[in-house]
Design a protein around this ligand. Structure first.
Ligand SMILES: Nc1ncnc2c1ncn2[C@@H]1O[C@H](COP(=O)(O)OP(=O)(O)OP(=O)(O)O)[C@@H](O)[C@H]1O
Length: 290
């Protein structure tokens, strides 16, 4: 059947991962992984260290080719589509370990994200005439007026990335991913290594990206409080398999999820955070008032 690129019809998922298997030598990093990301949702992938989260992200964005299974985006099978082409279709991503050009300014790093969509050809760019110049001007305006304002990084636009705090670098990475005009923004551990304030800022930006830009979010994240607060749908991986998925309340109540974290040694932290997240708002208000 022929498929066309465009919005998914009706309530069709924006992204569909079906039965994906990925092997490195003898190691099965992913095994029969399947889940769907609904348009306009925030979906989180969680799991203990080595569960397969990064492998899954790399497979979705096209850096790894699955041995079995398929990935569909906006109804189109993209399993064999090269990574740059996927970015053009609307899959934008950030990386677990920041992948910015550290010697370049914030503005130049962000502009790199936008180049994937420029229509001018190489000769236009070389002679910098007509359409290339107009696109450059449009690009500059869009970056400066929307993304930089939105992410509150106006004061550092000309600063070299190497001079910025970790939290600000993460924000610049998000800006660069947004400059690709993604329909789905894939964030790999967006708050890893951040302090409380930076984490809260990033959580707000993620919610605003969805609300103000209409961008669907798929994230890998270890901060369980943030995952449970923000997500509409949570997918739990362990040893390369989906062991649970659903709304946060369903995942929190799943004994298999607790067992998976017990094996990783993170269970005390997880339990405390799950309990805090599950506590009725009323009880928290009473505590605050006391
Ligand atoms: N390039 C690779 N070559 C060989 N094995 C790999 C490679 N990448 C990942 N693996 C293996 O695949 C499995 C899943 O790793 P992956 O990095 O995807 O897990 P993760 O959930 O992202 O872990 P973490 O939370 O520590 O980042 C692990 O057993 C890992 O050792």
């Amino acid at each position: 059947m022929e498929t066309t690129i465009g919005q998914p019809p009706g309530n069709a998922p924006l992204l569909e991962v079906s039965d994906v298997t990925l092997t490195f030598g003898g190691v099965k990093a992913l095994s029969g992984v399947g889940f769907a990301v609904q348009p306009g949702s925030i979906t989180a992938v969680i799991g203990p260290n080595g569960a397969g989260k990064t492998s899954l992200f790399n497979t979705i964005s096209g850096f790894y080719r699955p041995g079995r299974g398929s990935i569909r985006f906006k109804g189109q099978d993209i399993t064999h589509t090269p990574a740059p082409q996927r970015a053009k279709l609307g899959l934008g991503r950030s990386f677990q370990n920041i992948a910015l050009f550290r010697g370049m300014t914030v503005l130049d790093n962000i502009k790199l994200g936008r180049h994937a969509h420029l229509k001018s050809n190489v000769f236009d760019a070389l002679f910098y005439g007509g359409r290339a110049r107009r696109e450059e001007a449009e690009l500059r305006r869009e970056i400066e007026e929307r993304i930089i304002d939105f992410l509150e990084i106006d004061h550092i636009r000309h600063a070299p990335v190497s001079a910025l705090s970790y939290g600000l670098q993460k924000r610049v990475e998000m800006a660069r991913a947004l400059a690709m005009r993604p329909e789905i923004l894939m964030l790999d551990e967006p708050v890893a290594g951040m302090n409380r304030e930076e984490t809260e800022d990033m959580a707000r930006f993620i919610l605003d990206v969805r609300a103000e830009w209409g961008v669907t979010v798929l994230m890998v994240e270890h901060d369980m409080g943030m995952v449970m607060d923000l997500s509409d749908h949570v997918v739990v991986l362990n040893f390369g398999q989906v062991i649970a998925q659903g709304v946060p309340a369903v995942v929190q109540a799943d004994p298999e999820v607790n067992r998976a974290y017990l094996g990783s040694g993170n269970v005390h932290e997880l339990r405390a955070k799950l309990q805090a997240a599950a506590r009725p708002a009323q009880a928290q208000k009473q505590e605050a008032a006391a």
